[in-house]
Write a protein of this length. Structure first.
Length: 254
């Protein structure tokens, strides 16, 4: 059992969640610079672009979570919308918010959106993996009760549960590593936008299965909100991949 608080600065608690999020952001930027240098796209690795995108990403994460996952609670406790240290960030919302802010920045600065999006999306998997580790250390987004040998007793709980956050972290690291290998190691000559949509597809498709291990509100269908959203994202990204690879859509000039 791990306390969510890593240490104190005076009377101020410093949580593992915040530390992991900070680490994910720093390593994500370092990884982005590495990718940009390897692929002669140094114009993507500016701190201004990164910060602009991260702000949009976090806004998307929080707004989506508030509207989709627990709207009635936040409606009755509006101040808690700003308590992000307590958790409550939606990865699907982050994809939407981050993409929109990245698009605005690229258009404002006359940068090729899809070409750069293929590079910028890869480190997201790394950063998201550390956020999930933060969820684990913060004892939130916990898994269902189980008797598997690796079950965890979370802080404030008296039962054993799936470490579902670590399953998610492993999924995110896997997607990041796979796409890095495709894009930067093997340097496969793929149409612009392919890596971006492949990330969305893999991220959402695998998320559908990791949701089975989480303790969430289950509908009569046996699925969670996250699974329904993952299905939508998987279908949209699958269609886009088909259109791009069959050359029915050309994103090179967008």
């Amino acid at each position: 059992m791990i306390s969510p608080v890593a240490f104190y600065i005076g009377n101020v608690p410093v949580r593992w969640y915040g530390l992991m999020m900070f680490m994910g952001l720093i390593l994500g930027y370092i990884f982005l610079k590495k990718l940009a240098k390897e692929n002669n796209l140094n114009n993507i690795a500016t701190m201004e672009l990164y910060l602009f995108t991260v702000i949009g990403l976090f806004l998307g994460c929080r707004i989506f979570h508030v509207l989709v996952y627990n709207f009635q609670y936040f409606l009755s406790n509006p101040a808690s919308i700003f308590y992000i240290w307590q958790g409550g960030l939606s990865s699907h919302g982050g994809i939407i918010g981050g993409t929109l802010s990245f698009y605005v920045f690229c258009k404002k600065n006359k940068l090729p959106f899809w070409k750069l999006a293929d590079v910028a999306i890869i480190p997201i998997g790394l950063s998201a993996g550390f956020v999930r580790i933060g969820n684990f250390l913060n004892s939130e987004v916990i898994g269902r009760v189980t008797s598997v040998p690796w079950a965890i007793e979370f802080y404030g709980r008296n039962d054993l549960r799936h470490p579902s956050q670590l399953y998610e972290a492993a999924k995110n690291f896997f997607v990041c590593g796979l796409l890095y290998n495709i894009y930067s190691v093997k340097k496969m000559n793929l149409p612009d936008g392919t890596i971006y949509w492949l990330f969305i597809f893999l991220f959402s498709f695998l998320r559908f299965f990791t949701e089975f291990f989480k303790e969430y509100i289950i509908f009569n269908s046996g699925l969670t909100i996250g699974q329904y959203i993952s299905i939508i994202f998987t279908i949209i990204s699958g269609i886009m991949l088909f259109l791009i690879m069959s050359k029915k859509v050309n994103l090179s000039d967008v």
